[in-house]
Design a protein around this ligand. Structure first.
Ligand code: PMP
Length: 410
């Protein structure tokens, strides 16, 4: 699959920014959308817009079919056993918060442990801090290797019979590391714990099979996988979801209501109070169709090839500090780095003048920044439409920035 032919499907990528062709390397923050996703959303509004699950009229049932059809696409994409295990949410953050506030708040007590990694995005850290504070459970941390990897051995050392929840990103949004989720899930289960996986950076880039990994919950966002913003997914094993209370109450999620009380609909609607994100879900379904046409194995291979090339080229820059493992096989398609004492914000501002969009900051992972000994980093993150020529443009622009800040001068 040629990335240039993929690129042609993304209208935004033909843009000129600051008089240069746009080089979009901020995909870990959000990805661009192919024309077919944009069309699916506008076609829905042009032809089918209606509320779901209630209208006994043609548009209402068409909208319901499209919305539930999108759920089936998500189910197949992550190989869930049952469409009832797919809950549409606002995104990864909302999905993790559902598990924290419904499952964890009810199950945990003093003496229990939650174990996470110090590399987690704030979305997979703060909800657990809150659970620990409110239930009296203890939050503990895995120990990382010097290059930021989490080994199965170190994971095993942190999980014990007190552990009730292991919460871990499958791929780090800063280090790019891919964690050995299947092995860690097995260790969690052997100790009677469940595992909650933050798939925000893995589901868009790798084939993910929830049954093969045997994970209990998986959270991810549509906007990082070529879908619209505002839509995300919580996958949960049916038995766990069934035992959980809803977190929001209102229309759509009820079965029967009296003035005295109410009963809930069955899964997945029990967790989808109010009018759902209909167009977003349909757009996500179109994004999944698009990714399936390319094939997730191809997406993953392209990511590895680009990150290998980026690591090789970036390493030629004198004074660069690349974070995370240097073996591309251990990474998803992103690289975080610092260049000398150039502030990442300055670096990204100068790069922007060259039409190159990267991210600079703490990437919602402040404890990881502390661990790295940096206040912030620059991050280039790739997707299916990025090319080696764009990596070359990035490297050339970094060299130019160094000159601009007086590096290399006598
Ligand atoms: N976890 C990780 C690893 C992420 O990269 C992100 C997005 N930066 C999130 C969680 C949160 O995703 P969202 O903002 O879409 O809820």
């Amino acid at each position: 699959m040629n990335p240039l032919s993929v690129k042609a499907d993304f209208p935004i990528l033909t843009q000129v920014v600051n008089e240069r062709p746009l080089v979009y390397l901020d995909n870990a923050a959000t990805s661009q959308k192919p024309q077919c996703v944009i069309d699916a959303v506008s076609h829905y509004y042009e032809t089918t817009n209606s509320n779901v699950h209630r209208g006994v009229h043609t548009l209402g049932s068409q909208a319901t079919d499209l919305y539930e059809g999108a759920r089936a696409k998500v189910q197949a994409f992550i190989k869930a056993n049952d469409a009832a295990e797919i809950i549409f949410t606002r995104g990864t953050t909302a999905s993790i918060n559902i598990v924290a506030s419904s499952y964890a708040m009810a199950q945990l007590q003093v003496g229990d442990e939650i174990v996470i990694s110090p590399a987690e995005h704030h979305s997979n850290l703060i909800p657990w801090q809150q659970v620990a504070q409110q239930t009296g459970a203890t939050l503990t941390y895995f120990e990382l290797e010097v290059d930021g990897r989490l080994t199965v051995e170190k994971a095993a050392a942190a999980i014990n019979k007190q552990t009730k929840i292991v919460a871990l990103a499958q791929a780090s949004n800063v280090l790019g590391t891919i964690n050995p989720i299947k092995e860690i899930a097995a260790i969690a289960h052997a100790n009677g714990a469940i595992i909650v996986v933050d798939g925000a950076q893995s589901v868009p880039h790798l084939p993910v099979d929830v049954q093969e990994l045997d994970i209990d919950f998986l959270a991810f966002s549509g906007h990082k996988m070529m879908g619209p913003t505002g839509i995300g997914v919580l996958y949960g094993k049916r038995a766990l979801l069934e035992a959980m209370d809803p977190v929001e109450y209102g229309g759509e999620m009820i079965d029967f209501v009296t003035l005295e009380g109410a009963t809930w609909k069955e899964l997945p609607w029990k967790f989808e109070a109010g009018t759902p994100i209909i167009a977003g879900a349909i757009g996500l379904g179109a994004a999944i169709d698009y990714l399936n046409t390319i094939g997730m194995a191809t997406v993953a291979a392209h990511g590895t090839e680009l990150v290998a090339y980026a690591l090789e080229r970036l390493r030629t820059i004198e004074g660069i500090d690349i974070h995370g493992p240097l073996d591309p096989q251990q990474r998803t398609a992103l690289v975080s780095f610092n260049v000398g004492d150039i502030h990442p914000h300055d670096l990204s501002t100068v790069l922007d003048e060259q039409g190159i969009a990267i991210r600079a900051g703490h990437h919602c992972a402040q404890p990881l920044m502390k661990w790295l000994g940096a206040s912030s980093t620059a991050r280039a993150s790739f997707y299916m439409y990025n090319t080696k020529a764009e990596v070359d443009a990035l490297v050339a622009a970094i060299e130019l920035t160094k000159e601009y800040f007086g590096y290399g001068e006598a």
